[in-house]
Design a protein around this ligand. Structure first.
Ligand code: ZN
Length: 201
């Protein structure tokens, strides 16, 4: 067991594209175990290999609640094969201690990956559940994309980063997500309407 050092926002490694894992060697297994230990020690929901300085396509997630037993999930060479629906969620990241920002995500995803033993699996997550956006967040890390690149509100993101003494928002990295934004706005106005008509229909 080893707790690894988590790189902070500003470290160039977090902006690199990670490499496929060619073989799940003993060394890779140890890395995965250490990533899980590190994630649990930091009270995180997910951790990607680049966050501990390893330029490899691996991430781990555990969305179990505090009163539930651990349920570690390991994703090696993951690929998101389907994504649909839109949600706005407030996310944080172990590389951005304490900063939380509203971001755009898909509400439903399907991912395929290899588990710790090299066995392929497919996993689905729906309705904007934590697992759905955790998969997107961690998968992004493997392509050097960070959650703040999905910010819905630049001012909010800028303020959150400043408040916790993190480097500035990299505006050239912000993603053009017009379609996602439109879908979120539509959903929000539907929710507002149904609230206003509360019980009338
Ligand atoms: Zn993260």
């Amino acid at each position: 067991m080893a707790i690894l050092k988590i790189l902070r926002y500003g470290d160039p490694v977090l902006r690199q594209k990670a490499k496929e894992v060619s073989k799940i060697s003993k060394k890779i297994k140890t890395l995965i175990e250490n990533m899980l230990d590190t994630m649990y020690a930091a009270n995180g929901v997910g951790l990607a290999a680049p966050q501990v300085g390893e330029n490899l396509r691996i991430f781990v997630i555990d969305v179990s609640k505090d009163d539930e037993p651990y349920k570690p999930m390991v994703f090696v060479n993951p690929k998101i094969i389907k994504k649909e629906g839109a949600i706005c969620v407030k996310e944080g990241c172990l590389s951005f201690p304490e900063a939380y920002v509203n971001v755009r995500r898909y509400s439903d995803v399907m991912v395929k990956a290899l588990d710790m033993n090299g066995k392929p699996f497919v996993m689905e997550a729906h309705n904007g559940e934590l697992l759905a956006y955790a998969i997107q967040h961690e998968n992004d890390h493997l392509d050097g994309v960070l959650f703040v690149d999905h910010s819905r509100n630049i001012f909010e993101a800028t303020e959150a980063l400043q408040k916790y003494n993190l480097p500035q928002l990299e505006k050239d990295k912000l993603l053009d997500e017009t379609e996602l934004e439109d879908a979120i706005l539509q959903k929000e106005s539907q929710m507002k309407n149904s609230k206003e008509n509360g019980g009338a229909n």
